[in-house]
Write a protein that binds this ligand. Structure first.
Ligand code: PSV
Ligand code: MN
Ligand code: MN
Length: 387
């Protein structure tokens, strides 16, 4: 194995952090308040910068608008840069307003559709100030009961809104359309799966791509197949990484099923998705309801790095030979050899070479930052849900 080529690929692997991972969160049953959580978007960025400081691999922070609404986005951008990170994907929010009870961009009421599209266009104004490349769209739109609304008309309204947004993008900006099987709508979602997102993105053009949130599929869905398909079609724009046992659990990536994460990243590797020129955004979309948030993010970045290192360890020549020879067990063994390799010593060495502590979790714990923010911050802001 060529360790140098693995580490040089790892060097280019940037994991984007979600601002909302640093605030209080929970389920619809209870939001648990943790001491020391950020009170402002500025403090969320301060905490995200800590994750980058100890991992060296999380140089950007995604914002959710209006959860991260500030007076001056250029100032927020400078604040991030002073902390050694940058502002990343802008996530639009058209799901937390009473007006959106029957949908946002697919609402039967044209005035509500207009309001939703206006927000999406405002988000592009924000991107112009933050220097962000990607606008991530997730719609909670859908129906709860058969007959509630016309499924086809809702697709027409969705297409119309997407076209209006796409037309407003700058030359270097992209529209990333996320899908989700169910929730909050329980009968139909208007963008329930990758096929729906893919079809709309194809219609829109080159700069519209699909976001695969790993928690947004039916149990048993072969996510790596979706990844392989989208990469082949040049339509994989981003990941929202997280783990799930049941539905959209938003647990730490690689915690529930590290083997699935490896299989997904093997397909990324096969499809040149680690090459920055392929422009796949590797983002976390997680909430740390019961565990401390900064170490939760550090652990998640490390989980992505470990799965990526294993995926890069796959002996692709041997794999292809076995595949071409129809050697089922041999091919499977090549893949499993890589998965079963302990890559932690290699990653520790990689960090040492970068001048980082080989153990980011321990280094953060020893830094005293956790105690400092508890002492300094009183009255943390919620992560966004219900904000
Ligand atoms: C929806 O479940 C989602 O995955 C979307 O990405 C939202 O923007 C995000 O969660 C908020 O956590
Ligand atoms: Mn998501
Ligand atoms: Mn989700």
């Amino acid at each position: 194995m060529n360790i140098d080529s693995i580490t040089s690929t790892l060097l280019q692997l940037d994991v984007e952090l979600p601002s909302w991972a640093f605030g209080n969160s929970g389920t619809r049953f209870k939001v648990f308040a943790q001491p020391g959580v950020p009170r402002t978007p500025y403090e969320k960025i301060d905490d995200a910068a800590q994750v980058h400081r100890y991992t060296g691999s999380a140089p950007s922070v995604a914002l959710h608008i209006p959860w991260d609404k500030v007076e001056d986005y250029a100032e927020l951008r400078r604040h991030a840069e002073q902390r050694g990170v940058r502002l990343g994907t802008i996530n639009a929010n058209v799901f937390q307003d009473d007006d959106y009870r029957l949908g946002s961009v697919t609402n039967p009421d044209p005035l509500i559709r207009k309001k939703a599209v206006a927000h999406l266009l405002d988000c592009i104004d924000v991107m112009d100030q933050t220097g962000s490349r990607d606008l991530k769209l997730w719609f909670s739109d859908g129906t709860n009961y058969p007959g509630q609304d016309n499924i086809r008309a809702r697709q027409d309204r969705l297409a119309e809104a997407l076209h209006a947004v796409y037309a407003r993008l700058g030359d270097d900006q992209r529209l990333i359309l996320e899908y989700k099987l169910f929730e909050p709508a329980f009968y139909t979602m208007d963008v329930p799966d990758w096929g729906t997102s893919f079809a709309h993105c194809l219609e829109l053009g080159e700069r519209a791509k699909v976001c695969v949130d790993t928690g947004h599929h039916a149990p048993g869905t072969n996510i790596e197949f979706i990844v392989a398909f989208l990469l082949r079609a040049g339509k994989l724009g981003a990941f929202d990484f997280n783990s799930r046992f049941y539905a959209d659990d938003d647990l730490m990536v690689g915690s529930a099923d590290p083997f699935q994460l490896f299989r997904i990243l093997h397909e990324v590797s096969q499809g040149d998705g680690f090459d920055p020129r392929t422009e796949v955004a590797f983002m976390l979309d997680q909430c740390h309801n019961i565990e401390p948030k900064i170490p939760g993010q550090i652990r998640s970045v490390m989980n992505v790095q470990e799965a990526a290192a294993k995926a890069l360890l796959v002996d692709t020549d041997a794999l292809q030979r076995m595949q071409n020879a129809g050697d089922v067990l041999g091919a499977n063994a090549v893949l499993m050899d890589a998965y079963n390799t302990d890559v932690r010593p290699m990653l520790a060495e990689h960090r040492r070479n970068l001048g980082l502590d080989p153990d980011p979790m321990a280094a953060y714990a020893a830094s005293g930052y956790a105690q400092q923010i508890v002492a300094e911050r009183v009255g943390g802001s919620p992560a966004g849900w219900g904000a």
